[in-house]
Design a protein around this ligand. Structure first.
Ligand SMILES: [Zn+2]
Length: 411
C-alpha cells in the first residue's frame, strides 16, 4: 500500500517562515507584524508566533515603534532583517583572478578577498588550493563574529552542470573538470554556476539580501524581467524572467557571447565565426586597437591603455570600440526580439567606456527592436558593480537558509 506523507506542522511552519523572510527581504521599507500578516495572508496569531521565532533566532530585529500607526491607534513595531548572524559565501574563479566574499543576510559586505592573476591555462589543482587558502581566514572570521555560514556559491566562466561538472571554460583552457574532487568544494559544498548567471542574481532586488540595504539593482523591482550581459575576455549572459533566472534545460542558457554577427568574421574559440566576443570581448578590443596581442592582450595594462587611447581619440581605439558597440547592439536587439524583456543590464568592463554609454546604447537599441513602439527598452548599469558574480554566488548560499530556515535553527 502506498502511504502518502501528510504535510506535517514543521513543513508548514518552515514554509511560512520562508514566506515571511522573503516578504521582508523584498520590501523597500520595514514592515510591522500587521503589514506582514496582510501581505502573506497569515493570521495575526500565527504571525505573532513566527515573528517571535525569527526574533529569537536573530533573523529579524525590531525597530523603534511609532513610525507607523495601526488601525487601533497603537504604534506598530517595524521588523527588519537582523545584522550579524546569517552569512553566505561567494567564491569565484575568473579569467582575471579569483576570490571570495562573505555577505550578511541584511546585505552588508562582511569581508572579501581577491587576487588579480592571469588565469589562462592555470592549473586547476593549484587554483582551487589557492582559493581554499583565501577562503579559510574569512570563514574563521565568520566563526569569531558568531556568524552562521549557511551556504555558498561558486562562479565560473563556463558551462557548469547541476552535478558539479565544469564542461568547459575556454578562456581558462579548462575542460571536463569534476569540481567535487577539490577539498574546497567538499568542505563548503557550494552551488556552482556560470558567472553571468550569478552576477544577474545580484541585480534582483531582495533575492537573498535586504532590498534597501543594497540587495539588487535600485532601478528594478523584485519581479522584473531583464537581460544581464557580463563582459570580460568572454561575454556571458542571463535572462531573468519575473525575478527568476532562466537556466535552460541543461543549465547552459544565456551564452550571448557566441551569437554570431558575421558568418565571415574571425574564428572564435568555440569554433564558429564572427561571435560577439571576437568583436566586443576584452582581448578582441585590445588586439583590434593595435595595443597588444597574445598573452599581453589580456593584461590589466592593455585594457587601461585601451581606455586611455579611446579617450584621447586614437583612430584605431575609436574604430575598435565602435565596431564592438555595433556587434553588442546587434546581439542585444536579437536577444530582445527573441526573449521579449524590456531592461538590459550591462556588466563587466564595458561600463568603463563612458558615463553616457548606457544612454547611447538605449537610444540605438530602441530604434531597432521589433516591439520598440510598444515596449521601449531601458539600458542600466549594475548597482554594486564590484564583483557582482561573487555577490550572486554568496546570495545562492544565503538562499539555502531562506528556503529552509528551520533546518538552521538551533531549536
Ligand atoms: Zn564563439
Amino acid at each position: 500500500m502506498v502511504t502518502l506523507r501528510s504535510i506535517n506542522q514543521d513543513d508548514l511552519r518552515n514554509h511560512n517562515l520562508s514566506v515571511i523572510i522573503n516578504t521582508i527581504l523584498r520590501s523597500p521599507s520595514a514592515l510591522s507584524r500587521a503589514d506582514l500578516a496582510k501581505t502573506t495572508g497569515l493570521t495575526k496569531a500565527t504571525m505573532s508566533l513566527l515573528s517571535a521565532l525569527l526574533l529569537k533566532n536573530k533573523v529579524i530585529g525590531e525597530g523603534e515603534p511609532g513610525t507607523t500607526q495601526t488601525s487601533y491607534g497603537r504604534p506598530s513595531t517595524p521588523l527588519s532583517i537582523a545584522h550579524g548572524r546569517w552569512a553566505g559565501m561567494g567564491l569565484q574563479i575568473n579569467t582575471d583572478g579569483y576570490g571570495c566574499l562573505a555577505l550578511d543576510l541584511d546585505g552588508t559586505l562582511i569581508d572579501s578577498a581577491w587576487i588579480d592573476d592571469d588565469m589562462r591555462e592555470a592549473d586547476p589543482e593549484k587554483v582551487f588550493a589557492s582559493l581554499d587558502a583565501l577562503a579559510k581566514p574569512i570563514e574563521g572570521r565568520l566563526g569569531e563574529d558568531n556568524y552562521k555560514l549557511v551556504g555558498s556559491g561558486l562562479a565560473l566562466p563556463g558551462l557548469v552542470t547541476g552535478d558539479m561538472q565544469l564542461l568547459m571554460a575556454r578562456n581558462l583552457g579548462w575542460e571536463r573538470i569534476d569540481l567535487s574532487r577539490f577539498a574546497l568544494v567538499r568542505r563548503l559544498n557550494p552551488v556552482a554556476g556560470n558567472e553571468a548567471r550569478l552576477a544577474a542574481l545580484s541585480q534582483i532586488p531582495g533575492f537573498a539580501t535586504q532590498r534597501t540595504a543594497g540587495g539588487g539593482n535600485d532601478l528594478l523591482s523584485p519581479t522584473d524581467s531583464f537581460l544581464y550581459i557580463s563582459t570580460d575576455i568572454g561575454i556571458g549572459g542571463a535572462v531573468v524572467r519575473g525575478g527568476t533566472v532562466e537556466v535552460g534545460d541543461h543549465g547552459f542558457a544565456g551564452e550571448l557571447g557566441h551569437a554570431s554577427v558575421d558568418l565571415n568574421g574571425p574564428t572564435c574559440r568555440c569554433g564558429r565565426r564572427g561571435c560577439l566576443e571576437t568583436y566586443a570581448g576584452r582581448r578582441a578590443l585590445v588586439e583590434a586597437a593595435g595595443i597588444a596581442s597574445g598573452a599581453e592582450a589580456v593584461s590589466t595594462w592593455a585594457i587601461n591603455e585601451l581606455y586611455r587611447r579611446w579617450q584621447q581619440g586614437d583612430d584605431k581605439a575609436v574604430e575598435a570600440i565602435d565596431r564592438g558597440l555595433d556587434a553588442m547592439i546587434s546581439v542585444i536587439v536579437t536577444a530582445i526580439n527573441i526573449v521579449d524583456v524590456d531592461a538590459v543590464i550591462l556588466g563587466g568592463f564595458w561600463p568603463n567606456l563612458g558615463r553616457d554609454l548606457a544612454q547611447r546604447l538605449q537610444e540605438r537599441i530602441n530604434r531597432l527592436t521589433l516591439g520598440r513602439n510598444a515596449a521601449p527598452v531601458r539600458v542600466l548599469m549594475p548597482s554594486l558593480s564590484a564583483y557582482p558574480a561573487l555577490r550572486g554566488a554568496a546570495s545562492v548560499g544565503l538562499r539555502k537558509f531562506i528556503d529552509n530556515p528551520l533546518g538552521f535553527f538551533d531549536n
